[in-house]
Ligand binder design. Structure first.
Ligand code: ZN
Length: 303
């Protein structure tokens, strides 16, 4: 069979949602798309040779496939979206969240609350569709430190050129919700949704980057945002940072804190840039200052 002739104009995989249950909670990973990550050029505190060697040991090539995931949390009839994907801001490979949300059986109007881990475009761009609110009934919860930073024109003026779009886009995507009184800021480690979702300030990737911890009646679900890019190097060596970090030194310390928390509490981790569905557990490596990632198994069975 000529494999190259097989569905040449179609995506190479589907579907883009994955449901897992924990206690009283359904966690639905939503794929927003993927992009090649040239990790040998993006990682800091390492060498391109080391990156290539470790990925090769895990049978991965460069550029590595870079996942973009968001997570729908459903408790009884309460529907919460953790991050929104890129919407129209990330090019044609991204912005698939809206379609995958519908494929998972949810309409955007059903989303009650959106909690953003941080204000980077690949996490908030999906707030807007054709210039209007994509989630007509949702309240948007934002870490106050990130709002103070990214929604401040004075900070935008000072930012390096590659960072400026995050500021401009954040203002454009959040303003329609703010105009109708649907934006709430949460302080460091505050609970955006008391009794359901609390936050853990894990700064460095952005000033207010926060993990969102969901109470389920069983182990917690830990939506840790951008603590990891990829699923090999930064687990093996949490001191490896990524060039997107606003403050790499602080991001490294947050990564270690998040890994310790996930390993000790045996949380179900939900990671934005870990191979889809980005859900799994963390354990501490026996001999080194390293951690192991244990992805959930893919399941496809009738509910
Ligand atoms: Zn991200």
């Amino acid at each position: 069979m000529d494999v190259s002739a097989h569905h040449p104009a179609r995506p190479n995989a589907a579907p883009g949602f994955h449901l897992t249950r924990q206690g009283n909670t359904a966690i639905i990973a939503l794929c927003d798309g993927s992009l090649p990550f040239p990790l040998d050029k993006l990682y800091l505190n390492t060498t391109p040779e080391h990156v290539r060697e470790r990925l090769s040991a895990h049978r991965q090539e460069l550029p590595a496939p870079g996942a973009f995931n968001a997570f729908l949390i459903v408790q009884h009839s309460h529907v919460i979206l953790i991050d929104t994907g890129s919407g129209d801001l990330g090019g044609p490979a991204l912005g698939q969240l809206a379609g995958n949300l519908q494929a998972a059986g949810y309409h955007p109007d059903q989303v009650d609350d959106i909690i953003l881990t941080h204000l980077h475009s690949d996490h908030f761009g999906g707030l807007i569709r054709n210039g209007d609110m994509a989630f007509a009934n949702a309240r948007v919860h934002i870490p106050k430190r990130d709002a103070d930073f990214f929604l401040d024109p004075a900070q935008m003026a000072k930012a390096p050129a590659p960072m400026k779009p995050h500021f401009k886009n954040a203002m454009a995507c959040i303003t329609p919700y703010a105009d109708v009184g649907r934006v709430t800021l949460f302080n460091d480690n505050e609970a955006p949704l008391p009794g359901i979702a609390r936050s853990a300030l894990l700064p460095g990737h952005s000033p207010g980057h926060s993990g969102i911890i969901i109470k389920t009646g069983a182990s917690d679900v830990f939506c840790w945002g951008d603590i990891m890019h990829g699923d090999v190097l930064q687990f093996e060596d949490p001191d490896i940072a990524i060039c997107f970090d606003v403050d790499a030194r602080v991001a490294i310390s947050s990564r270690k804190q998040a890994l310790d928390l996930a390993a000790q509490k045996n949380c179900l981790v939900a990671g934005s840039h870990i191979a889809f569905p980005g859900l799994g557990h963390v354990s501490r490596h026996q001999h080194e200052n390293a951690y192991c990632w244990h992805p959930v198994a893919f399941e496809n069975s009738p509910e």
